[in-house]
Design a protein around this ligand. Structure first.
Ligand SMILES: [Zn+2]
Length: 508
């Protein structure tokens, strides 16, 4: 902390006369020396940024999960950069280190924190890429120097490392850190609160991932990103700071080039939640912006979204540095549609399923949640039935017309099998024709070794009956052809395709 205090004294030398130094987040455009906006060299060109991203992208991160040991190694590497100060802010409940990184020497204090929900890692990766980029002494040096003169950036990459270790939203005390801003029962919330009060940032970036199943209220598109300037009270009163935060989002959206995000941006639903940090910080004069990374089909590991997030962070820093947030550019933020959860991975329409009074036709929509499985760094999708209804016209990433099919729960194969090879050696099509989709295996592969779309239920502890699985597991039967598909863990498998080779493809 001593370094930080020295930094503040140093930073205060650069402030405009009469500008408060600490514990005051109020300022307006023009309070600080600003850039000459007409000098084009100080604009980020997205064409250039795209061309150089590969140089600054943390190459050791290739998927969604960043184990704590890997994060520590990356932060160690970043901490030797000349403009970076790394501070140990504290420890998580289970004793994992939580670090804060400080960059820049400017008067505008910007704080960002990522992964207060352990299973929301995209912004952690974007923030790491940002720190690499801000260290650049090659490309964009002029603009980066300007940023460093204007801003002091404070980043907590991964506030909830215990939750991250098990890919869980909550911390290890089963407390949602973002509902702990008032009670401060978690060490993670206390770390964030302490640093907030030490810095009293003018700007706060509250960086999350949202469910993969959001759509804008006015369409069925996927939401790639949503934004919220948290409310200050139940009445959603507009303050100068909130208006400036909204303007900054509008500025950033304007600066994002191309049309890749068109139709895929939204406003996160506004619900006043006084226990959340966004609300707390907004009430304390901090211009707070919640960014939620959503989901894009084909980008399961969110690496494209990570890149877009990196661009957004750069543009927002650029906007703050240039005081561009307070000019009335446009109302892009205000015009964003709200989003709501509508999407599914798989929709089966008009499938006849057992009801209380016989078979009934329903539309089934499957979603999944992600669980960490050992070894650390691997995830497993677990399907659940998200929607069940009639004529819902559910939106899915894939569809199956179940009009001519009925569903039945399958049975457990009567013979105990030794290992997965014994399963592969069976006549599996015949087994399914006889209704068997669950197998008791003495030495099964661990669940991490079986892909989410493996067609059969594998029991390591013998189970006689198939209990209704979260996501419904069973067999689809055609009107004329019997047992045509297996439905398991939110995936459909054509029985005709089942053989040893097909199954091997579904092992990791
Ligand atoms: Zn979150």
């Amino acid at each position: 902390m001593k370094n930080l205090m020295i930094f503040f004294v140093f930073a205060s030398l650069f402030l405009a006369p009469g500008t408060p130094v600490l514990h005051n987040t109020s300022y307006s455009a023009g309070a600080f020396p600003s850039w000459n906006d007409s000098i084009l060299i100080y604009n980020f060109s997205e064409t250039h940024l795209r061309a150089v991203y590969g140089e600054y992208k943390e190459s050791s991160i290739t998927n969604r999960v960043v184990p704590h040991s890997q994060l520590l190694a990356i932060l160690e590497k970043i901490s030797v950069y000349p403009r970076i100060t790394k501070t140990l802010l504290g420890y998580s409940y289970e004793g994992r280190e939580v670090y804060g990184l400080q960059w820049g020497r400017g008067p505008k204090r910007v704080m960002m924190w990522t992964q207060m929900h352990g299973d929301e890692p995209t912004a952690t990766q974007a923030a790491i890429d940002l720190l690499h980029f801000l260290n650049s002494d090659k490309t964009h040096k002029a603009i980066i120097d300007k940023l460093a003169d204007s801003l002091s950036l404070y980043i907590i990459p991964c506030l909830n490392p215990d939750g991250a270790a098990v890919f869980s939203r909550k911390n290890v005390q089963s407390i949602d850190v973002n509902r702990d801003a008032l009670a401060l029962e978690t060490p993670e919330a206390r770390i964030l609160m302490d640093w907030f009060h030490e810095i009293m940032p003018h700007w706060g970036f509250n960086l999350h991932d949202q469910s993969a199943y959001y759509s804008p209220v006015d369409s069925h598109e996927e939401v790639y990103f949503s934004f919220l300037v948290p409310p200050i009270n139940k009445e959603d009163s507009l303050t100068v700071e909130r208006k400036e935060a909204m303007n900054l989002v509008s500025f950033m959206l304007d600066r994002m080039e191309g049309d890749a995000l068109d139709g895929h941006l939204a406003k996160y639903p506004i619900r006043y939640e006084p226990r959340a940090f966004g609300e707390y910080m907004t009430q304390n004069g901090c211009r707070t912006i919640l960014v939620e990374t959503g989901f894009k089909s084909g980008d399961t590991e969110k690496q494209w979204l990570r890149y877009q997030h990196w661009l957004m962070l750069l543009h927002m820093l650029e906007g703050i540095a240039k005081d561009n947030f307070s000019a009335s550019f446009n109302d892009r933020y205000e015009k964003l549609p709200l989003c709501e959860i509508k999407h599914h991975d798989l929709v089966i329409e008009h499938l006849r399923i057992p009801g209380r009074k016989g078979m009934v036709a329903k539309d089934l929509g499957f979603r999944k949640f992600w669980k960490a499985c050992a070894p650390e760094g691997k995830l497993r999708g677990v399907s659940y039935l998200g929607s069940l209804g009639g004529s819902y016209q559910l939106k899915g990433r894939s569809y199956f017309n179940g009009k001519d099919f009925s569903f039945s729960f399958g049975k457990t194969y009567p013979k105990q099998l030794l290992d997965i090879d014994e399963l592969f050696a069976l006549d599996l099509r015949k087994a399914v024709q006889n209704g068997y989709i669950a197998f008791n295996i003495t030495r099964p592969p661990d669940t991490c070794g079986i892909m989410d779309n493996f067609p059969f239920i594998i029991n390591s502890v013998p189970a006689k009956s198939i209990r209704a699985h979260h996501g419904l597991s069973g067999i689809l039967q055609g009107q004329r052809v019997s047992n045509t598909h297996i439905l398991h863990n939110g995936y459909l498998h054509a029985v005709d395709s089942l053989d040893g080779a097909y199954l091997r493809k579904h092992l990791k």
